[in-house]
Design a protein around this ligand. Structure first.
Ligand SMILES: Nc1ncnc2c1ncn2[C@@H]1O[C@H](COP(=O)(O)OP(=O)(O)OP(=O)(O)O)[C@@H](O)[C@H]1O
Ligand SMILES: O=P(O)(O)OC[C@H]1O[C@H](OP(=O)(O)OP(=O)(O)O)[C@H](O)[C@@H]1O
Ligand SMILES: [Mg+2]
Length: 281
């Protein structure tokens, strides 16, 4: 059986389980379940703390895992990212009270609190800065108010938590993170790995793309295909109306409205957009 680590709580847990369900895997019904076997797919899912997942996968105890890129790199575990999953997007950034610092170089000799000590130590070293790093489990924004730190390095999504704490971002973003599928580096593909990869890729494509159908005069297909080329070129079928064809093409969901406008201007009519429920490319 393929053994796969899934985050049991936090920002990654629900989107990871949802993506696996969409990929046709069983997921647990209650947060009390720590292990779930999906016999149809020959997979054991282990629900673990997101921070521990890279460690288990890096040691080879588990074959694959879903965690955040920031957690993977912070752990230093010998595991590689194999697929970006597009959820739990965040940026790892420096913040402090206004006026404290303008860049990482202003942190010389100061105290920095973070849950990602590995990441920040590497970043300080890369920038030739020596500072005191204090590791905290969470709620690091409060460390400044409590006088434990002069600056923090933390995960930022909307920035609402920082604003609430009266803090400001400074310096360049350190890392852009999202949920990722990971595996131990330098090992042979575990049994069932390629199947899971293809299924997850299918979910990503089904989420990001829509099908666009339209009718158009045959002599304008080339022009329309330049507007919406599709992944592997459009499918063109004959229509009863002479000189016209039906075209089907996959387009990014986010571009659908703009492409419909442009295709209309290029002579396309009866333009329809349909969601993709599942796919295997
Ligand atoms: N508010 C957020 N929005 C988007 N992604 C986030 C957010 N907070 C954390 N993440 C990302 O989710 C992943 C897991 O972080 P999370 O905060 O859930 O873990 P944790 O702090 O160990 O768990 P917990 O907060 O439950 O103790 C990380 O990759 C992080 O970048
Ligand atoms: O930019 P925002 O949208 O405000 O999100 C960022 C916040 O979310 C995370 O906290 P979490 O809820 O995971 O608590 P934690 O600090 O205990 O990990 C992160 O550590 C920030 O505090
Ligand atoms: Mg957290």
């Amino acid at each position: 059986m393929l053994r796969v680590a899934i985050p049991n709580k936090g920002a990654l847990a629900e989107p990871a389980a949802q993506m696996l369900r969409e990929a046709g895997y069983r997921q647990r019904g209650s947060s009390r379940e720590l292990v779930l076997i999906d016999p149809d797919n020959q997979i054991e899912f282990y629900y673990l703390r997101p921070r521990d997942i890279a460690v288990y996968v890096g040691e080879g105890t588990l074959d694959l895992g879903i965690t955040g890129r920031d957690m993977l790199l912070d752990s230093g575990a010998p595991a590689d990212e194999v697929l970006e999953l597009g959820f739990s997007r965040s940026t790892f950034r420096l913040a402090a009270r206004p006026g404290t610092a303008k860049s990482v170089h202003d942190l010389e000799g100061l105290r920095i609190a973070t849950s990602y000590a590995g990441l920040i130590r590497t970043y300080l070293a890369e920038n030739g800065v020596t500072a005191h790093v204090t590791h905290l489990d969470g709620a690091v924004e409060t460390a400044i108010q409590l006088g434990v730190a002069d600056a923090i390095a933390d995960v930022v999504e909307t920035g609402a938590t920082l604003r609430q704490a009266g803090l400001e971002l400074f310096g360049d973003p350190i890392l852009r993170s999202e949920g990722v599928l990971i595996r131990r580096n330098g090992t042979a593909d575990p049994e069932g790995f390629n199947l899971m990869l293809r299924r997850l890729q299918g979910v990503l494509v089904a989420r990001d793309y829509v099908l666009m159908d339209y009718d158009i005069a045959a002599d304008r297909v080339d022009e329309a295909s330049r507007i919406a080329p599709g992944l592997e070129g459009p499918t063109v079928s004959p229509l009863h109306r002479s000189g016209w064809v039906a075209v089907r093409v996959m387009v990014p969901r986010a571009d659908a409205q703009r492409l419909m406008d442009e295709l209309w201007n290029a002579g396309a009519r009866a333009i329809l957009v349909t969601s993709i429920h599942a796919c295997r490319l």
